[in-house]
Design a binder for this molecule. Sequence first.
Ligand code: HEM
Length: 400
Amino acid sequence: MTGVLAAGIEALTALIPSADPYPQLAALRELSPYSPQDGLVIVGKYTHCSGLLRHPDVSSARDQATLVRSEAPRSRNFLNLDPPDHTRLRRLITRAFTPRVVAELEPRIRAIADDLMDAAARRETFDVVRDLASPLPMLVICELLGVPAADHDMLLSWSAALARSVDLPELRDVERVEARETARTRMEIVKYFQKLVARRRSSPAGDLISYLTQVEDDGDTLSENELIATCVLLVSAGHDTTVNLISNGILALLRNPAALSTVADDPAAAPALVEEALRYDAPVQISARVARTDMQVDGVSIAAGDLLVLLLGAANRDPSVFDRPEEFRPGREHAAKHLSFAAGPHFCLGSSLARLEGAIAFESATRLVEPKLDQAGLTYKPNLTLRGPARMPVSVNGIR
Ligand code: HEM
């Protein structure tokens, strides 16, 4: 399959470095469901995205799309599986992410965030991404899994390398070099987790990997490959996504100082801010699916095998659901209806953890004294799916 970068995708990829893709996304939403070429349908309206994410004839096996390039790298984790395989794996892993398990992590997440802010206070400059948003979720997921502290930096660099490969590899002209590098990174992570899993099997340590080696549901257990794929999935799905929530959210707060002072006055306000940050500037902008059968969406014919590109960030600003969607308004009506964690069977497994990390990070941001965004220094990662700043320098008058 060649020449897939047709009108619609060009319109999308042109948005990659943009600090504000939302005018273009709004235009695509109005046009959608929109098929720029055979085999590809772009969907941006809220009801269509929400309906397709829950549709029984829509598959997550993206490599089955008619358009997909054979060299596109894809890992076989449960993000890409359909029921019943998906249901089985998800059931085994869900128990490790119950709200109770997550709530127990709160004191550790607070301690990590405090340490990061204390360390930042000793530096000359403050960069939201470098000093808080990026290390916080990586340290949390590493502690949760039981990755030793000495290996955290290595995982951080692997995760950054993988983030780019998440960006619709089906549609980008994935260069062979990039595909090879992604495969090599993936192999290094796999080897790393194989060793760690072996160590935890012989001496369990009360962490998530130890738990996953022992988890059982009605006689069912995780195979070695499933266990390793799950570790890799958690490191990749749990990191860059949360980095973007924290950075995009703090950016919105810096631009809306009144909202930031509500958390300073009352930390209980943080969860409403997190919900609005998720809606307003979605950390994951796109979820892709494949039509399993011929179907119609709003009079547009979709053929079996068509790749459906669901624009979650555009759906979150659909004025038919959200009043004055371009405004950042914490506590707004229907705030939690956003699709930032997707919907249906693949609804984000880490949503409670991500929400908690976001709330704690926003509270940490209130320690910045007179923070002012250095607009000229704000740059974005060249990634359409996982949207967030690469650098976000902020001038401060100290850190409390
Ligand atoms: C799935 C978003 C944080 C673990 C998803 C999906 C989205 C998403 C949109 C669905 C993908 C699809 O089906 O196309 C986010 C956002 C996060 C976040 C915006 C942060 C703000 C996390 C964290 C973890 C996590 C912290 C775990 C530590 C997962 C897993 C799945 C998933 C395991 C696959 C679920 C399945 O396929 O059944 N996430 N995520 N996520 N997320 Fe998250």
